[in-house]
Design a protein around this ligand. Structure first.
Ligand code: GCU
Length: 443
């Protein structure tokens, strides 16, 4: 287990390390902002997160299913704040959904301020090449704001010879071909996700989240959050990086839907790890995205926070990750408890209903940190929202075997045989998307 534990952490950290390691000055600026944020909230101390490195620590991470207790029962999905049962699609849309959005805004991801900048998309370059043997055109956009203080990177690759508008899979991730210095990508085994997408006759887009909002506390004075707050400290319910990244995905969708070559009713959003969290937040907030692929998103994403397995609220609320959330969220790591959260991951997933959503993770032995089962349980608990809206949610009660695709409903789950990657789940997701979009082979 020790090795598995180490491997899981290493894989998780590898994705994070793809960004440049922060300089000592930047680290110090993050710590200073964190302390100032705690002071503004009146928080004197926060509890430590799960320790993934030292199994003898009092706060050692739990990877034992038998000890994976729930901090408290889940908040009821279909009961409004006033205590009334939510029994119709109309009540979901008019009462419960807005209520949940308000709770996530205020307590978890933060609110987009009225001062959020307008993004001007500029076409910087276009190139033509072949991908998977198919001629494609790539448009390189920059989404500018604040006189160039923000320049969002978006690359859109479409088949050159399409006969009509094509579906597009948008990834929150790193630019095509990017890998961090010194990292040698493993030899290629089969077509990558972009080749798989193009082979179906679809297009893909890559949006680079760190160009929307930098990924650390020091960066809260920069990016769209910094631009919108104009030097003022973040309000307790102001947006964090996850909400900003999701907002950026919406701005990228504005660009895509203005492109006649794109089928705006068939745009997917996908991401891994922290970008998997952001992809889920995107699906929750922007109903124009027609389907989501949420990969290894873990705590703060599709995993139930109340379930003690892998990463905990206290890790998310520490100085390395608090910037993903509204300042208010830190309060659940002290003085409040996880059990006090008015929402959990099932509520976030339910905000995607009745649209199709595919939730994936690597196998628990290699990537227990993200708690694959915690995502499955969250999806199960979110299913009644699909039913209420007249669709099938997650079908099947039992936890699926590794490699089994549970996709009979519109909420799908798959734990793949690999680690902290979306790689092995791509074929299953794309088959699911094709079916959900009514684009079966031969049609
Ligand atoms: C860390 C973090 C996770 C996050 C991951 C990543 O492991 O604890 O919450 O998802 O980094 O994005 O790589």
């Amino acid at each position: 287990m020790r090795r598995a534990l180490f491997l899981g952490m290493a894989a998780a950290l590898a994705a994070a390390a793809a960004a440049q390691p922060p300089s000592p000055e930047r680290k110090a600026a993050t710590e200073a902002d964190y302390r100032a944020t705690l002071a503004r909230l009146g928080i004197v101390s926060v509890r430590p997160g799960a320790d993934g490195y030292n199994r003898n620590a009092p706060n050692a991470v739990n990877y034992d299913e038998a000890k994976a207790g729930m901090a408290s029962p889940l908040p009821e999905l279909l009961r409004s704040a006033g205590g009334r049962p939510v029994t119709s699609a109309a009540a979901w849309r008019r009462v419960r959904r807005p209520e949940l959005v308000a709770l996530f805004d205020h307590e978890v991801y933060g609110r987009v301020p009225a001062t959020a900048p307008k993004i001007h998309w500029v076409l910087a370059a276009t190139d033509r090449r072949a991908k998977a043997g198919i001629p494609v055109v790539t448009d390189h956009y920059r989404g500018r704001a604040g006189g160039g203080r923000v320049a969002i990177e978006l690359d859109v690759t479409l088949p050159a010879a399409a006969r009509g508008p094509v579906p597009v899979v948008m990834e929150l991730g790193f630019p095509e071909g990017f890998h961090s210095p010194g990292f040698n990508p493993p030899p290629k085994a089969g077509p990558d996700w972009m080749e798989q997408v193009v082979a179906r006759g679809w297009g893909y887009a890559i949006l680079v989240p760190s160009t929307i909002q930098p990924d650390d506390g020091a960066g809260l004075n920069e990016g769209v959050i910094g631009l919108a707050s104009a030097g003022r400290p973040r309000a307790a319910d102001a947006w964090g990086a996850l909400r900003a990244w999701a907002w950026g995905a919406s701005r990228a969708l504005d660009r895509l839907t203005a492109d006649r070559r794109v089928d705006g009713s068939r745009v997917a959003i996908e991401g891994l790890s922290r970008y998997g969290k952001a992809a889920l937040v995107t699906m929750a907030y922007d109903r124009r995205f027609s389907i989501g692929f949420i990969g290894s998103s873990g705590a703060g994403g599709a995993k139930l926070l109340r379930r003690d397995f892998g990463e905990r609220v206290e890790n998310l609320a520490a100085s390395g990750e608090y910037h993903w959330f509204a300042p208010n969220f830190i309060r659940y790591a002290g003085p409040r408890r996880t059990a006090d959260l008015p929402v959990d991951a099932h509520d976030l997933i339910a905000l995607a209903a009745p649209r199709p959503l595919f939730i994936g993770a690597g196998n628990v032995r290699e990537d227990g940190w993200v708690d694959p089962r915690g995502s499955f349980e969250a999806a199960r608990a979110a299913s009644p929202a699909w039913h209420l809206l007249g669709a099938l949610g997650l079908v099947g009660e039992s936890f699926p075997a590794i490699g089994e695709t549970r996709d009979a409903g519109r909420l799908a789950f798959r734990e793949h045989e690999g680690g902290h990657t979306n790689g092995p789940n791509w074929p299953a997701f794309l088959a699911f998307a094709a079916r959900m979009w009514g684009l079966l082979p031969g049609h």
